[in-house]
Design a protein around this ligand. Structure first.
Ligand SMILES: Cc1cc2nc3c(=O)[nH]c(=O)nc-3n(C[C@H](O)[C@H](O)[C@H](O)COP(=O)(O)O)c2cc1C
Length: 329
């Protein structure tokens, strides 16, 4: 246990450690882990780390806020699973845009079996870039994921089969735009296909298999050419479930909530036996995002795009140590 830890509100130092470990298990763009935590006697603060923003892929820091929103949701779920209530303030200081949330664990909360399932899913969830089975996701699980997004003031839209060929074109165009941008490519290559001992970035073993050109619409090549080649019979699914998490406006509060919704959907999917990965190229390229917005009706703002299905387990990715992301008042 790091010596920085001590009790916060009604949590013991050991419980503080376990809820912070849950927070940093959250997904983040290229495993950049753009979060910082500060503990006082009564509160846990969550901050965005401006030094860990990825300027070529995420110049508006939307994906930074999504990742921090995911870490925040993990914190809330992990605290709740210990039987503690949480008082939560989002973006509490307009003069300090990196201060994203203040959590005050106090009072008691009833723990339901559903809360416990989601808490267990925090450590079971890993991004899977391998092919999924061509087996449809049951409508009840889709409905549960929709409810999960709504719980966090966001929405989840699934892309209808009739819209998939249009989405395929938008994604292929987004991919082409990014490949033509030398800054994007340099950043992508610096953060992915890592082989050494690194506590951040995406390891080569997490790249899955090398996508063929026709797979580019669902999968970016996270092995940057070095991942094992696809074997016959291991094709990517032809009709994946593509889910878009969106928000009612496009301000930081909506992006933070969309990150919480994304994580609640991912945990619900994991608890329901689904694997998941992301298709962010369509959000990162502004013209593609505008087209996706139009495809979904034009009223709401797409924040992240997920691919969901039944697949093989994916390996965990590394995380920085708690003492690298934690300060104590
Ligand atoms: C906002 C955001 C965008 C992401 N975009 C992609 C993506 O486009 N493609 C992909 O394969 N993974 C994407 N990821 C997944 C991250 O690479 C992954 O979360 C990170 O490597 C940590 O691994 P884990 O999810 O297995 O814990 C994204 C994650 C987040 C939070």
């Amino acid at each position: 246990m790091t010596t920085l830890l001590r009790p916060v509100g009604n949590l013991t130092d050991g419980e503080v450690e376990s809820v912070l470990q849950a927070a940093i298990a959250a997904p983040s763009l290229h495993n950049s882990q753009p979060w910082l935590f500060r503990c006082t006697d009564r509160t846990i603060e969550l901050r965005a780390d401006p030094e860990r923003m990825l300027p070529a892929s995420d110049p508006d820091r939307r994906e930074t806020l999504l990742a921090c929103g995911a870490a925040l949701l993990n914190l809330r779920i992990a605290i709740g699973a210990l039987g503690s209530a949480v008082d939560l303030r989002l973006l509490p200081d307009p003069a300090d845009r990196d201060l994203l949330a203040i959590l005050r664990p106090e009072g008691f909360a009833r723990v339901t079996p559903h809360d416990q399932r989601l808490a267990r899913a925090i450590r079971q969830r890993h991004t899977s870039r391998r092919p999924f089975l061509d087996e449809p996701v049951p409508p009840e699980l889709c409905a549960e994921m929709r409810r999960a997004a709504r719980t966090e003031q966001s929405w989840l839209a699934t892309v209808a089969p009739a819209q998939q060929s249009r989405l395929r074109d938008i994604l292929a165009e987004a991919h082409r735009v990014q490949q033509q941008d030398p800054q994007f490519r340099a950043e992508f290559e610096a953060w992915t296909a890592r082989t050494g001992d690194s506590s951040d970035g995406v390891p080569l073993r997490s790249a899955g298999i090398r996508p063929a050109p026709q797979d580019v619409w669902t999968m970016r090549d996270f092995g940057t050419g070095s991942a094992p080649e696809r074997r016959p019979g291991k094709e990517f699914e032809s009709d994946p479930l593509v889910a878009v998490i969106g928000s009612f406006h496009d301000l930081p509060l909506a992006q933070l909530n969309a990150g919480q919704a994304m994580q609640r959907v991912l945990l619900t999917a994991t608890a329901g036996g689904l694997a998941s990965s992301f298709m962010s190229q369509v959000i990162e390229v502004p013209s593609a995002r505008a087209e996706l917005r139009g495809l979904l009706g034009g009223a709401l703002w797409p924040q992240t795009v997920l691919r969901l299905g039944y697949g093989s387990p994916a390996p965990p990715t590394p995380r920085r140590r708690l003492d690298e992301v934690l300060s104590v008042d």
